[in-house]
Ligand binder design. Structure first.
Ligand code: FES
Length: 103
C-alpha cells in the first residue's frame, strides 16, 4: 500500500512547536487536507486545522506552509510515496497546530 508522510507542526500558542510525523494511506486524488482528516480520524483527533469549504480555494481558511511555500491544503494533492512538511502560516497569530488567526 502506498502512503504519504506528513511532518506536521504541533503545539499551541505559548508552547514550543514540535514536529510529528504521520504516515497516511494514499488514495488517488487525495488532498493534503484529506490526509489531515485521515490523521484526525485514525491517529489524533486533537490535530487542529482550519477549514470550511473543503474544496479548492473557496474559503481560503486552510492556508498553510507546505514544503516552505504558502498554499491551500485542500487544493494541494498528496503524492504517493512522498514526504511533506506542513506548517502553520507565518505572519499570523498562531493558535494551535496548523490553525492561525484569520486576518
Ligand atoms: S478549505 Fe476552503 S479553501 Fe481550503
Amino acid at each position: 500500500m502506498s502512503t504519504v508522510k506528513l511532518q506536521v507542526t504541533r503545539g499551541e500558542q505559548g508552547s514550543e512547536p514540535a514536529v510529528e510525523t504521520y504516515e497516511v494511506p494514499y488514495r488517488d486524488g487525495m488532498s493534503l487536507l484529506d490526509a489531515i482528516f485521515w490523521i484526525r480520524e485514525h491517529e489524533d483527533p486533537s490535530l487542529a486545522v482550519r477549514y470550511s469549504c473543503r474544496s479548492a480555494n473557496a474559503c481560503k481558511e486552510c492556508s498553510a506552509i507546505v514544503d516552505g511555500k504558502a498554499g491551500f491544503l485542500c487544493s494541494i494533492r498528496a503524492q504517493a510515496g512522498s514526504e511533506v512538511r506542513v506548517e502553520p502560516l507565518s505572519g499570523r497569530p498562531w493558535i494551535k497546530d496548523l490553525a492561525t488567526a484569520l486576518d
